[in-house]
Ligand binder design. Structure first.
Ligand code: FAD
Length: 350
């Protein structure tokens, strides 16, 4: 077991920002463990037709120039290369592929981070594991009986796989609307959500973003699971895209799946070849289970990035910091608090 000041778990935007600020604050005795086999965080896995020009925007990593590439290139390729050059430029101590399987209480005021047979006894841990590895599939009766193809956003690769097909996209978030726009060019798509989609009329502004972040922050401080940004801000799309989305056939969520499609409680049915569940993701925190952090509300009680029940643990990219700009700030806050924690324990020890 290796004794170390800090372990960062995950090397997406939140992990990279955390590692940058740890180094910036003079904490060089750290490792960043990442389960992927190359740089890019979740962006590494996004579907190739998600072009750079179509994403909401990648906030520049701290101390680095913004992403500068052709808007027609796949975001996965551009962002993976951007993150890789950041890791090289700052000599970040990333080790991969290393999948952390547990974080537990150890001796001597340390947290033990395990990945198979490898273990680190850390004075502080920043968890930055994102959500991509935990796609959320809701349950509906008959799911196993459907004979067509079911897939989640996380499995989606190429619109061409659906050319000429009849399909359903379930979901009301920005992945759902982005995929609907792409798929409706080649397939006969019906949009399904729980409530009828209502778009915001006002222009999306920084104020709206700030209000959304404040609402999610309030939830995680109360120990409730974080909500997606769209569930807080409401749906927004530029005028042309909004008109296209509003022109698509829409139905409320069905009651059950059948071998050939879906059925509503009034008995009506729709036969389809494929169902795409664009139903979001959950925070990938299973490896933290041994710490017993879940609050009765189902979330983890947070104060900024710090876990209230375990101040040696920070969650970056969780809840209000689940965006590239939020991840940057979270990395800074977590590293700053860890610097204070490490220097106060050194004072106590001396
Ligand atoms: P991730 O990028 O998911 O990185 C987490 C890393 O942790 C991964 O490398 C993963 O391999 C690793 N990991 C996971 N579990 C373990 C483990 N147990 N052990 C070791 N490593 C582990 N945000 C924006 O700001 N702009 C956008 O345009 C935008 N578009 C988006 C589009 C889609 C389709 C989705 C789903 C999200 C989008 N987001 C966007 C949100 C975006 O995901 C975040 O902004 C940000 O990139 C997430 O960074 P992260 O570091 O928190 O997580």
């Amino acid at each position: 077991m290796r004794e170390i000041d800090a372990v960062v778990i995950g090397a997406g935007q939140a992990g990279l920002s955390s590692a940058y600020y740890l180094q910036h604050y003079g904490i060089d005795d750290y490792v960043m463990l990442d389960s992927a086999d190359g740089a890019g965080g979740a962006w590494r896995h996004r579907w190739p037709s998600l072009r750079l020009g179509k994403v909401n925007g990648i906030y520049p990593l701290p101390g680095f120039p913004p992403v500068d590439a052709d808007a027609d290139l796949p975001a996965s390729q551009v962002v993976s290369e951007y993150y890789a050059s950041y890791e090289r430029h700052y000599g970040l101590h990333v080790i991969r592929p290393v999948e952390v399987t547990s974080v537990e209480y150890g001796h001597d005021d340390r947290l033990v981070v395990s990945a198979g047979a490898d273990r680190w006894a850390a004075r502080a841990v920043i968890n930055a594991t994102g959500t991509w590895t935990r796609p959320f599939w809701p349950y509906y009766p008959g799911m196993a009986s459907f004979e067509g193809r079911q897939l989640h956003t996380a499995d989606f690769r190429d619109v061409e796989e659906f050319r000429g097909q009849k399909m359903i996209v379930v979901g009301a978030g920005s992945s759902a609307t982005g995929l609907l726009l792409e798929l409706s060019e080649v397939a006969d798509v019906t949009w399904i959500t729980r409530r009828e989609p209502v778009f915001r009329d006002d222009e999306f502004s920084e104020n709206i973003g700030r209000e959304a972040v404040a609402k999610v922050d309030e939830r995680v401080r109360a120990g409730l699971p974080p909500l997606s940004v769209v569930s807080v801000t409401g749906l927004w799309a530029p005028p042309r895209q909004r008109a296209r989305l509003e022109s698509l056939p829409w139905r409320p969520i069905f009651h059950e799946l059948t071998p050939r499609g879906v059925r509503w409680s009034d008995g009506s049915e729709l036969e389809v070849d494929a169902i795409l569940w664009a139903t979001g993701f959950r925070a990938a925190l299973d490896h933290l289970t041994p710490l017993g952090l879940r609050a009765p509300g189902g979330g983890i009680v947070m104060d900024g990035t710090r876990v209230v029940a375990e101040p040696r643990l920070h969650l970056a990219g969780y809840g209000p910091s689940a965006s590239t700009v939020g991840a940057n700030r979270a990395g800074r806050q977590a590293a700053r608090e860890i610097r204070a924690l490490l220097s106060s324990s050194e004072l106590v020890a001396s």
